[in-house]
Design a protein. Structure first.
Length: 117
């Protein structure tokens, strides 16, 4: 069982930055993949970014490439999402998830990000 707790969300103006954190209850060194997803108001959840084997491979949604950076600190068992140049369309509930195989097994409750224009 992996317990995930996100933090760092808030209200920010367009063009601003936020850093989200996802603290895991287990060591993250051996977690195959950790990722961020988001669910905008009234829309389906969508993929944002993923980190595989602590930086060996990262993947981003086209909508956030060049603006968001995912990273993992295994010493702190924490996943991060640095978000720069935020846009109103980035407004969403951001959640982290982990998997050891093909399925996303564990999810956090999420942290709200609101970007004002």
């Amino acid at each position: 069982q992996v317990h995930l707790v996100e933090s760092g969300g808030g209200l920010v103006q367009a063009g601003g930055s936020l850093r989200l954190s996802c603290a895991a209850s287990v060591g993250t060194l051996n977690i195959y993949e950790m990722a961020w997803f988001r669910q905008p108001p009234g829309k389906e959840r969508e993929f944002v970014a993923a980190d595989r084997w602590s930086g060996q491979s990262t993947n981003y949604a086209d909508s956030v490439k060049g603006r968001f950076t995912i990273s993992r600190d295994n010493a702190k068992n924490t996943l991060y999402l640095q978000m720069n140049s935020l846009k109103p369309e980035d407004t969403a509930l951001y959640s982290c998830a982990t998997r050891y195989g093909s399925n996303w097994d564990y999810w956090g409750q999420g942290t709200q990000v609101t970007v004002s224009s």
